[in-house]
Design a protein around this ligand. Structure first.
Ligand code: NAD
Length: 484
């Protein structure tokens, strides 16, 4: 049985207790995970601080950028190990995980090497009275010891999205992976070490949230900033925990994302896109569509074609190339998703397909499978159309006018992402621009340019990541003002 240990000051360290890591495809244990207590979290934070106070604190941008590129090369070299850890923890189809999760991990390091290398110094020449001038320039400095808390849905992708910019900016980081998915963060420790990342710059503490490593880390007095990706409820708690120390925070939280389908849309492209946006990663992407608004003349046709596409998805073993869809992450999450489906039924929904735990053969009988599920008959006043389910489910709703569609899509407490499906150029820009979300896609979904801003309105988060936005979070700036 594999063991995942904490990684502190360049060494793997056992915890006082261990918990089981379960493969959601089978329900069987795949590893023991060493939980970090408050003492180990202390040691991790202290080692990060020591790294900052040592040679790492004097590293140059050029040195850090070449380090990031070596990390990316090492990720490519160890792709199979990362893939194995990620798939054992999540049950994701292997082909998709190789193409997305592992490939994006390397891309995150390469992108932030490019972004950092191209970064200039913001400066202003200021006119003063009596013809004098002053030169202002802003020096970026590392934020310091960064705590990163990540969820289980895209564990490696989201982790490297934080580690790469943190290192690019010269920080030292302590990460707390999700208790559901400890594997890839641990393999990443070996990779960073092999690439030459100095001891103390990347630390991993394993465990849970409240009363465990997550809480110990976010409330630690020597942490200079917290970057969190996870649910809105957890984020709000962490916000309260960090507030007394007034530290910078970045929060990427939940969503209840809409898709808007106009009658002029290219339906083949739209059905393929919606099938991805509803069911990718078994609906466990913060950007997944859970509300689909469809212009009334094409409502029946789009609904029927989506049902057909949902029924063609192949749930199965991660290694089987025919598998399109994996399990949900845990027994508890399976129950939560099915409870929401039950709530939809009780609220008067008509189930078009799915709605039950899926049966996927003997080998996978103990896994946490949910049928791809679509319903209709509910509106924005129904609770299940307002709360994030985070599973392979969506509600389909007809609309009559463009302004009604915009109002329905924006009628949410969240504001992460939206997708607009239309071939009308002017409408595409008009409607996308009116979406109150961090990212509005037109005729596509999940297309990510890593230099562009990423984040959410409302309950979906605080701050932006991506490109220079990440640099803004991972640095403090000193404006130097020189009278000339
Ligand atoms: P979660 O909030 O339950 O857990 C996220 C992380 O927080 C885990 O590592 C967990 O151990 C830790 N945690 C829990 N309580 C804590 C506490 N009191 N103190 C410190 N850490 C604590 O979320 P999840 O179920 O792992 O992930 C799914 C959620 O993440 C969904 O809501 C999804 O929308 C969101 N998400 C958002 C984005 C985004 O970019 N906006 C991306 C992916 C996932």
């Amino acid at each position: 049985m594999r063991e995942y240990k904490n990684f502190i000051d360049g060494r793997f360290v056992e915890g006082p207790e261990a918990f089981a890591d379960i493969d959601p495809a089978t329900g069987r244990q795949v590893a023991w995970v060493h939980e970090a207590d408050a003492g180990l979290v202390d040691r991790a934070v202290a080692s990060a601080r020591a790294a900052l106070e040592g040679a790492w604190g004097r590293s140059t941008v050029a040195e850090r950028c070449s380090l990031l590129r070596r990390v990316a090369d090492e990720i490519d070299r160890r792709a199979d190990d990362l893939l194995a850890a990620e798939v054992a923890d999540t049950g994701k189809p292997e082909a998709g995980a190789r193409a997305l999760d592992v490939a994006r991990a390397a891309a995150n390091f390469r992108s932030f090497a490019d972004i950092m290398a191209a970064e200039g110094v913001e400066s202003f020449l200021q006119d003063l009275p009596a013809g004098q001038q002053a030169l202002n320039y802003a020096l970026r400095k590392p934020l310091g010891v960064v705590a990163a808390i990540v969820p289980w849905n895209l564990p490696l992708l989201l982790l490297t999205w934080k580690v790469a910019p943190a290192i690019a900016c010269g920080n030292a980081i302590v990460v707390k992976p999700s208790e559901e998915t400890p594997g890839s963060a641990t393999v990443l420790a070996e990779i960073l070490d092999a690439a030459g990342v100095p001891s103390g710059v990347y630390n991993v503490v394993h465990g849970f949230g409240a009363g465990s490593a997550g809480q110990h880390l976010t409330t630690h007095p020597d942490v200079d900033g917290v970057t969190f990706t996870g649910s809105t409820a957890t984020g709000a708690g962490i916000m309260r925990a960090v507030a007394p120390r007034v530290r910078p925070v970045s929060f990427e939280l939940g969503g209840k994302n809409a898709a808007v389908v106009f009658a002029d849309a290219d339906l083949d492209e739209t059905i393929a896109g919606l099938t991805r946006s509803i069911f990718a990663n078994t609906g466990q992407v913060c950007l997944c569509t859970e509300r689909v608004y469809i212009e009334r003349p094409i409502f029946e046709e789009v609904s029927a074609r989506l049902v057909d596409a949902a029924q063609k998805l192949r749930l199965g073993a991660p290694a089987d190339p025919a598998t399109t869809t994996g399990p949900v992450i845990s027994h508890g999450h399976q129950q939560k998703v099915l409870d929401y489906v039950e709530l939809a039924r009780r609220s008067g929904a008509t189930l078009l397909t799915g709605g039950e735990p899926a049966t996927v053969g003997d080998e996978l009988a103990g896994g946490f499978w949910v049928e791809p599920t679509l319903w209709t008959g509910l509106g924005n006043d129904d609770r299940v159309m307002r709360e994030e389910v985070f599973g392979p489910v969506a509600g389909l709703v007809p609309f009559d006018t463009e302004s009604e569609a915009v109002a329905l899509a924006n009628d949410t407490d969240y504001g992460l992402a939206a997708a607009v499906w239309t071939t009308d150029l002017r409408r595409a820009h008009r409607v996308a621009g009116r979406m109150e979300v961090g990212i509005a896609w037109v005729n596509t979904w999940f297309t990510r340019e890593l230099r562009s801003p990423f984040g959410g309105f409302g309950l979906s988060g605080v701050g932006r990541e991506g490109g220079r936005h990440s640099l803004d979070f991972y640095t403090e700036t000193t404006n130097v003002c020189v009278a000339l």
